[in-house]
Design a protein around this ligand. Structure first.
Ligand code: ZN
Length: 338
């Protein structure tokens, strides 16, 4: 195995590219450029090329030391074929064979992956799921995404579309929970950040007498409520804030009980902004899972917070080129040398 791997994280506003040492997972150099999304596909592609060229140059690393280039981009995309379909965040990108374009330009092996799968793989290679083969990774932020990792590899399904666990229906006749995907009652439409806030706002509007500091914290403007405000109020012991986070944890726990029934994972890693809510959320998730799972080992399945936070997009993209078994062998070799 070669020494380094390059990760490219393409977003609607910026392209972040880094070169990472495979053995210790250290980010050696990083370049962030604007995506220039409004200039269409060609303008953005130029930025991607430039960022890769720059990290190679700045790090002084020859191509012969690069294991490959991993790219994560907004979906929908096909990781198996390396094609970006037509993401809403990247106007003008239409059926772009991104992996093969980059491969031809730099003559380096290139793979494409979606954000959640990439972040899950990064946790397996360098994060909280190291040493585990069967992993369910969950990201909870503005949406809920999942990555299913079996035998150390992301499970893609037939069309590269597998692992959309966030759109599993939890309450099919939910009056309010119409999801962004068009379905009703997906776990994303119940427990992601924006939907948790929506439910809280409704509760406050219906019950103006509720005792809470939340209303004062946003000067009475309920539209200004965010997960950050909720988290701050919970830290100060606000009962409604704590209840709201616990309710979110219960919903996630109910869903994860079913996910365990299907997957029987060795570990569940939770990342994304909402995972930073900490103990209240995780306690409730862990408490709820066993009562909603048929798996007699459900209560023994570790549910832990993701370890990679900064530059997770770069690490995620880079990690999709690596196999956990090879990393473990590298580490063993390193220990022997000492
Ligand atoms: Zn949905």
């Amino acid at each position: 195995m070669k020494k380094y791997v390059i990760g490219v994280d393409i977003g609607g506003t910026k392209v972040a590219t880094g070169i990472i040492s495979i053995r210790d997972g250290k980010l050696k150099k990083k370049v962030v450029l604007p995506t220039h999304a409004k200039d269409g596909f060609e303008g953005s592609l130029e930025q991607v090329y430039e960022s890769i060229g720059k990290v190679l140059q700045m790090s002084g690393t020859g191509k012969e030391h690069i294991e490959g280039i991993g790219v994560c981009a907004p979906g929908p995309l096909n990781p198996v074929k390396g094609i970006v379909h037509n993401p809403p965040n990247l106007p003008g990108w239409n059926e772009v064979p991104l992996a093969s374009l980059i491969r031809k330009k730099f003559r380096i092996k290139t793979r494409l992956e979606n954000d959640a799968n990439a972040a899950g793989m990064a946790e397996v290679i360098w994060g909280a799921a190291r040493g585990y083969k069967h992993v369910l990774y969950v990201t909870v932020s503005t949406g809920i995404g999942t990555a299913i990792i079996i035998n150390g590899k992301v499970f893609h399904g037939k069309n590269g579309m597998a692992g959309e666990g966030g759109h599993m229906t939890i309450n099919y006749d939910d009056k309010y929970g119409k999801c962004n995907c068009g379905n009703i009652g997906c776990i994303e439409a119940l427990a992601s950040g924006p939907y948790t806030i929506k439910r809280l706002r409704r509760k406050l509007e219906k019950n103006p007498g509720l005792k809470t500091n939340l209303i004062d914290m946003v000067d009475g403007r309920l539209n200004d409520l965010t997960m950050i405000v909720l988290s701050d109020a919970a830290d100060e012991g606000d009962r409604l804030a704590l209840e709201t986070i616990a309710e979110e944890g219960r919903l996630i726990g109910i869903w994860l009980g079913s996910m365990i029934n299907v997957l029987d994972p060795e570990i569940i890693v939770i990342g994304g902004g909402v995972s930073l809510m900490g103990d209240v959320l995780f306690k409730e998730i862990r408490k709820t899972i066993p009562t909603h799972s048929i798996n007699i080992f459900a209560d023994k399945t570790p549910v832990v917070q993701a370890r990679l936070k900064r530059d997770v997009g770069i690490f995620g993209a880079a990690s999709v080129l690596l196999k956990p078994s090879e990393i473990a062998a590298l580490e063993k070799g390193k220990k022997r040398q000492k």
